[in-house]
Design a protein around this ligand. Structure first.
Ligand code: SF4
Ligand code: SF4
Length: 246
């Protein structure tokens, strides 16, 4: 029986909810999977060592940095899921500014706030066995990764861009047809080209694909009239630091 632990760091819990959404499939795996620690699911805390740890959220405090090292020490395998746990998440927007400025504006008593300057991925602190992108990740990809680790094989997650999914769906390209900015050419597949299927540009919520040419896409957007400020903002939405070339 493989023992599974699910850990939360700085996050909105959306990735854990995606995991809960796999309830039926996880029940099918119940004979092979012992969910030992999963607070969001209200399951009992079983302290000790775990075969597989799934981590949601980014590292934003000194306590987080210490805790993620403990998770690594107690886990045979560690998987990071979601934008927060693979690239620091939306909260990594703070990395482009002085966090003390935000703290003084947001909190009435900033002297009680203890935080790190940057929001970083667990992979910046420990060795991670696999990173699954998406905000939140796709349910099918999540199950594929869990199943792969249960069977001691490499997860089969396509490395191509959203454009491939978009073409397969038979969509008219919003960029070519309407000049709508779209991050599909540089974004990791997994959503099924959801936004372009509804005639909207991709917002990059699955993070950069394996070999993104962000410089070329940013140049195209600028040549088609998008102000530089908007080009930068578009690239910094979900994967604030990962698309930094934009
Ligand atoms: S990656 Fe997105 S869905 Fe997951 S915890 Fe972070 S903000 Fe929420
Ligand atoms: S709409 Fe976006 S994702 Fe679809 S083909 Fe065009 S650029 Fe690619």
């Amino acid at each position: 029986m493989t023992s599974l632990a699910v850990w939360k760091f700085a996050s909105c819990d959306g990735c854990q909810l995606s995991l809960l959404d796999c309830e039926d499939e996880l029940l099918e795996l119940a004979g092979r999977l012992d969910i030992a620690y999963f607070l969001e699911a209200g399951l009992a805390r079983v302290e000790g060592e775990y075969d597989l740890s799934i981590v949601e959220g980014s590292i934003t405090t000194a306590e987080d940095a210490e805790r993620i090292r403990e998770v690594r020490a107690r886990s045979r395998r560690v998987i990071s899921i979601g934008a927060c746990a693979t690239a620091g998440g939306i909260q990594a927007l703070r990395n482009f500014a002085d966090v003390d400025d935000f703290v003084s504006i947001v909190y009435a008593s900033p002297q009680y706030i203890s935080t790190l300057q940057d929001s970083t991925a667990p992979g910046d602190h420990i060795a991670v066995d696999f990173e699954l992108h998406g905000c939140p990740p796709d349910k099918g990809q999540l199950l594929e990764v869990i199943s792969a680790f249960l069977n001691e094989r490499k997860p089969q997650i396509a490395a191509h861009s959203v454009c491939i999914e978009c073409k397969r769906a038979g969509n008219v390209c919003v960029m070519v047809a309407h000049g709508t900015p779209c991050l599909g050419p540089v974004t990791h597949a997994g959503c099924g080209a959801l936004c372009p299927s509804y005639h909207r540009g991709c917002y990059g919520c699955f993070g950069p694909m394996e070999t993104p040419n962000t410089g070329s896409l940013a140049t195209w957007m600028a040549q088609h009239g998008l102000p530089e400020r908007d080009v930068v903002r578009l690239h910094r939405t979900f994967y604030a630091t990962a698309f930094d070339d934009g």
